[in-house]
Ligand binder design. Sequence first.
Ligand code: ADP
Ligand code: MG
Ligand code: ZN
Length: 617
Amino acid sequence: MLLTLIIFLFAMLWFTNRFEQREDEITWKEFESLITSENVKDVVISQNKAVPTGRVELTVKGRDGDELRYLYVSDVNDIQEYLKEKNITFEMPDIPQDNWFATSILPVLITVGALLVIFFLMNRQGGGANAKAMNFGKSRARLSTDRDKKITFSQVAGLQEEKEELEEIVDFLRAPKKYIQVGARIPKGVLLVGPPGTGKTLLAKAVAGEAGVPFFTISGSDFVEMFVGVGASRVRDLFEEAKRNAPCIIFIDEIDAVARRRGTGMGGGHDEREQTLNQLLVEMDGFGVNEGIIVMAATNRVDILDPAILRPGRFDRKVMVGRPDVQGREEILRVHANGKPLSEEIDLKQIAQTTAGFTGADLENLLNEAAIIAAKEDRMFLMQEDIKKAFVKVGIGAEKKSRVISDKEKRITAFHEAGHAILFHVLPDVGPVYSVSIIPTGGAGGYTMPLPEKDEMFNTKGKMLQDITVALGGRVAEEEVFDDITTGASQDIKQATGLAKSMVTKFGMSEEIGLINYDDDSDEVFIGRDLAHTHRRYGEGVASMIDKEVKRIIDECYDRAKSIIHKYDDVLHACADLLLEKEKISREEFEALFAVSDRNKTYLEGADSHEETGVIL
Ligand code: ADP
Ligand code: MG
Ligand code: ZN
């Protein structure tokens, strides 16, 4: 097909040349004899001044009339000198330069464009099979191997833990033999999970850069195309390409676009995305362990991913990439301040402190805006004032995403989270605390994360009461320190109430109510049922008794939270201060606070479970 096109083009060029060949073209010899025929009065040389070489139009004015001739010359001055020599007058008006593009390239381009459109349309009608023949299925992966733009871990600021987690993958890619010899199994797939702009793509590139291996990158949305079957064939091509280049990294950005939970699509179970995902799973299962291909993927929505993708032998390694803490932000600012001369007055540490919740991309953007402002004012360096202006621009522009947090809000959040954390730690059946953070996430001001729960078949009454107590701990801590209370605990209160209510109406954990299920929202969803029968299955008397019981549980848990928080008042303050300083603290740092506290941390440990709950039901 391509050959036809080429032949066609050559034919066209040949024809256009034919047309330009005219009979009135003369050689220098003929020109000389024309001039020396002594019939000539005057010659008009039409020539483009800019181009002295080429085809010159000569209007030879003779006694018998004008003759138009064309002559090829290497220098138009030759003609002038020759005419002077022969004492023949001449004039030389300039003619505009031929637009070479318009006269020769443009027609060709138009023809080629039209042909392509025709072929494309023909293929669309042909459908899937032809589409494949036209290579639409070829993987769109871009291979980035340019060595000088190599990204290394040093360009990824903060994210210390994340880098450490990826270090072994780098090492494996550098020297796979070492691992194969001792029979170690290296993960095939690594899933980077975190909000947008936190450096997931950067991290993946840095892994390739550090290991010095090729990096194939493709975005999940590239797989999802209008042609049926294209996504799957793209996956196939991508892995073939990777196998030829192993060891290497395949990076699938926005993997949620293809790997969303299957079977939830509206248009039946066999849509395009599903085929693509299946192909991806087949490919990942298909290459052996230690073949030297590491598939990395990024998403900010791990909850919507198909669980199949997280099975062993697929993406069995998860790396959480969170928003940077204050130190991380300072490091990121340093990386991006590189190459931007800063005036003395700029304090990156202080900027880091005022940008809680900003991601790496936000910070990069901030400095870039500041640099633009400086450049606009023709300055060679950035000033604090530029940063301030840039701050307003990005901080307010992206208000929802990364609101600038006031110091007061930050302080309240710190005490709130410290309150949760202390209760997690002190109460025996919950916790331990894995990390405490006041880095704002999408909705919440902060979070306290207990270690992943053990798989327990039953929840006990004691544990449920402790869960309620922990949930109330945030509000209790706020009250302990501030005169006023905030709305920040509404989610906690909702959770506590929900738990207390199910204890009473569902699990028969209240002696007052007894072993009767009064739970009115059954787990089975029955469309229309809730609408038709909004009335409860029990009378007003029972309802008020339930409410009273729920309130009693909440009140007693609240009192308990209050007394514990009060007892650990020094830890509460120390924890809040540390949080304000570092924004995120680890389990070790948190537990060290208790060691410093002179109090006996075995407050309730070992006590009888019924007694220690302090609530009599
Ligand atoms: P993600 O893939 O998580 O959405 P990116 O890796 O694309 O985020 O990050 C976008 C940009 O933000 C990067 O190109 C970089 O300039 C900046 N950035 C993000 N995180 C960091 C970091 N930890 N260190 C340095 N720069 C960062
Ligand atoms: Mg990205
Ligand atoms: Zn809370």
